[in-house]
Write a new protein. Structure first.
Lengths: 173, 52
């Protein structure tokens, strides 16, 4: 009974964000194993530094910011840009090799990998993970205008690479 | 799946593919290594509490 009355540890909420963290990490590293390592490092930092999280703010955005900072710190340290660029892109795309969906996903991930890291993270944060421009800007430590610009450029380039019709209207928040 | 923001306009095929791609990764099972990691972090804290 004593256990039931004990206050729940808010850090347990980190677990709920693991799938999204893995997806964001994957978009940065473009490698499944490296993405899991990155998430693991992020979880350790978030767990130990949870006192710096402000309750009431977006936990996912906070976790993404730690993940992103960890990624760039590691990138600077190991200078593994070339490794990331050469990493296999389709190792954990689920589907039947040769199937239309599978091939479309492979093509899409290849095209996504051709964007700059800044553009890639911007369109993933705003276009896929559900963060607002404001939250994405805070996560990346840049202005909202910069995020909008990166999203628009990335989105247009991605459309061209995929042979899609280029977007006429930008994301307008 | 994350939905476009209210003021976001003209969702394109590229936007839809981006969300599908992202969602596929989100939907994958989270490796058990993370459960082990959380257990280790809790254990480490308990040990520190006992020591302190």
């Amino acid at each position: 009974m004593k256990t039931a009355l004990r206050a729940r540890d808010p850090r347990e909420d980190i677990v709920d964000h693991l799938p999204q963290m893995r997806a964001f990490a994957r978009s940065l590293t473009r490698n499944a194993a490296a993405a899991d390592d990155l998430v693991q490092d992020t979880v350790v930092q978030a767990w130990k530094g949870f006192h710096t999280f402000r309750p009431g703010t977006n936990l996912r955005a906070w976790l993404f910011a730690i993940l992103r900072n960890t990624f760039y710190a590691e990138l600077r340290k190991s200078k593994r840009t070339q490794v990331a660029a050469a990493a296999p892109l389709n190792e954990d795309i689920v589907g039947h090799p040769g199937g239309d969906t599978y091939l479309a996903m492979i093509d899409f991930e290849r095209a996504l990998g051709l964007l700059s890291t800044e553009q890639r993270e911007a369109i993933v944060l705003v276009g896929a993970s559900g963060l607002s421009y404001d939250e994405a800007a805070t996560t990346c430590g840049v202005s909202i205008g910069t995020i909008k610009s990166r999203v628009n450029r990335g989105r247009t380039r991605l459309a061209k690479l995929m042979g899609h019709k280029a977007p006429k209207t930008d994301y307008d928040h | 799946m994350a939905q476009p923001h209210e003021t976001q306009q003209k969702e394109t095929e590229t936007d839809r593919q981006l969300r599908r791609f992202y969602q596929r990764i989100v939907d994958q099972a989270v490796p058990s290594r993370f459960q082990t990691l959380f257990s280790k972090l809790r254990e480490q804290e308990k040990e520190l509490e006992h020591e302190g």
